[in-house]
Design a protein around this ligand. Sequence first.
Ligand SMILES: NC(=O)c1ccc[n+]([C@@H]2O[C@H](COP(=O)([O-])OP(=O)(O)OC[C@H]3O[C@@H](n4cnc5c(N)ncnc54)[C@H](OP(=O)(O)O)[C@@H]3O)[C@@H](O)[C@H]2O)c1
Length: 392
Amino acid sequence: MKALVVGASGQIGAMTVKDLVDNYKADVVAADLNISKVREVAKATNPNRVTPVKLDATNDKAMAKVLKNVDVVLNSAWYELNIKIMSAAIRAGVHYTDLGGFYDGTLKQLKFNKKAKDAGITCVLGIGSTPGITNVCGAAGANRLDSVNAISIYCTWGTKRKSTGAAMPAYSIRTVLDEMTQKPGIVDKGKKVKVPVMSGATSVVMPEPAGKVTAYYIKHSEPATMADFIGKGTRHVSFRIGFPEVDFATFKTLAELGFSSEEKLDVGGCKCSPKDYITAMYTDAVSSARQSTEVVDEYDYLRTDVTGKKDGLPARCTLFVCTWNDRKTGLSSARDTSVPPSITADWLAKGKIDKRGVLPPEACIDPEPFFKELGKRKIQVDEQMQVSSRYY
Ligand SMILES: NC(=O)c1ccc[n+]([C@@H]2O[C@H](COP(=O)([O-])OP(=O)(O)OC[C@H]3O[C@@H](n4cnc5c(N)ncnc54)[C@H](OP(=O)(O)O)[C@@H]3O)[C@@H](O)[C@H]2O)c1
């Protein structure tokens, strides 16, 4: 397989490059804005298989050039670029994956369905951990039931070591700040509605050592697609995040200070928005953290509850996804986001995904073989089924 990874030196993109090479012996064009960072990724992975390329994905000509000889493009850059990169893939007739369109972007991307079908390609939207694995978990849970009432998704992360220090986000600081400031969409009584940021506080039990966490609604793309594509009468879909306490305090402070603003400020004659400034600090910190040899035991947990009916009685299927850092490879628990695009790219290149158009994961990914692929990388999926019995 020949794959193009855009955003290849980002936190997620760099791990996707590694998974493509290690597990599929793929030839990867690793593209990013900063050539020196992407050269480091090629050197650390396999310089014979990875070709570093300087690329601005907003440049249509440059995109057309790198898309010429690849089977699939994996977009690991910021979600604001999804439509631009997906359109380039459609024009080039190359399969496409991304890490999520942040609800509103996903709804816009779905409108390109006919164009993608006409081009004979598949664009898989939001195939990371969440969105991504969670969408497939929703489909898996729905397969166990005759009808579905609600799909409730939860996510948390943390470390074994308790810390009171400032938190480092597990994914793009831009996304974290957007999550803390933009209204989430959910499906309520069959309708897509917007609710206040960080509303819907609920206590949810996650596997140990996380235990009971308080989770809030935040903007995510699962509710944009799951009721429509899973069907079975689904009337409620929501996503809640259970931030670890210290992270919550840090991110809330940053959001309240206005770091999510895209308005350019004049700082000593230099024009820069608070969001671009903090993003630049964050990407440098990610790059330096990659050089560190310190191993911190940390985890990412996802929980998807699908409730409905089985044989006329109430039933619930819950899927837990647990990912710890891999002490052998040194990769962090965020690999649960970087692995799904790699599996999907392999399936697209091999024709294992044969539906065409713009599709969310629940519409085109077969859950069981997908969970087995995750299992090979120690990303563990456990399923619990709760059914009712009646004695009259
Ligand atoms: N689905 C999920 O489970 C999930 C989980 C986590 C994150 N995400 C999403 O995944 C995306 C990436 O996250 P991340 O944590 O890897 O972010 P990141 O570390 O900031 O990486 C993004 C990369 O994209 C590059 N980039 C930005 N603009 C570009 C352009 N015009 N052309 C080419 N490359 C460009 C950046 O380059 P520079 O550093 O040089 O600017 C950076 O290397 C985010 O949108 C995030 O929300 C999804």
